[in-house]
Design a protein around this ligand. Structure first.
Ligand code: COA
Length: 146
């Protein structure tokens, strides 16, 4: 397994996982658009040409937002989510980003456990941020610079 920058070959598999896993999925055109968005950095965990997981971000004025993180259901609890998150933080830090912020469903204990173990801290809540089902988002942040 290796972690690489997203390229056009990854887009259909990422869009399929979005559709499978999220209530407001990014469609294929939106994911493809990230390839030409100079604010965006997306990384993919790839093995033998298969997408095992991915993570997406956008950075504006030195502050990054994590847009999504997913690992294929057949490949969870192998450390891939942690590796993707670490690789993204390292890359953004090297590019000079000061911090990374994300939203997560309040009930998403696997993701909250992962982020907590990596130094993300809660900085607020967005009421009714998610739909299908409606749910609040916890806002988490991690400082990237020492
Ligand atoms: C959240 C997600 C990305 C984790 O990916 P993963 O590759 O399985 O995670 P890892 O194997 O790297 O696990 C890292 C840590 O996350 C936590 N974790 C992961 N899955 C967990 C689970 N089912 N229950 C509790 N904690 C869990 C643990 O702290 C784990 O560390 P440990 O294995 O040392 O206990 C994955 O479950 C997923 O794709 N979920 C659906 C999409 C999603 O919710 N994305 C996040 C949106 S904000």
């Amino acid at each position: 397994m290796k972690i690489v920058s997203m390229d056009i070959s990854h887009v259909p598999a990422i869009a399929a996982l979005e559709e499978q896993l999220f209530s407001a999925p990014w469609d294929e055109a939106s994911v493809r658009g990230e390839l030409i968005n100079e604010l965006s950095l997306w990384l993919v965990a790839e093995e033998d040409g298969c997408v095992l997981g991915y993570i997406g971000s956008q950075t504006v004025l030195g502050e990054s937002d994590m847009l999504n993180l997913a690992v294929h259901p057949d490949h969870r609890r192998k450390g891939i989510g942690r590796m993707l998150t670490q690789a993204l933080c390292d890359s953004l830090r090297q590019k000079g980003s000061q911090c990374i912020t994300l939203e997560v469903r309040t009930s998403n204990n696997p993701a909250k456990s992962l982020y907590g173990s990596m130094g993300f801290v809660s900085v607020g809540r967005r009421p009714r941020y998610y739909s299908r089902p409606t749910e609040d988002a916890d806002i988490l942040r991690k400082e990237l610079l020492p």
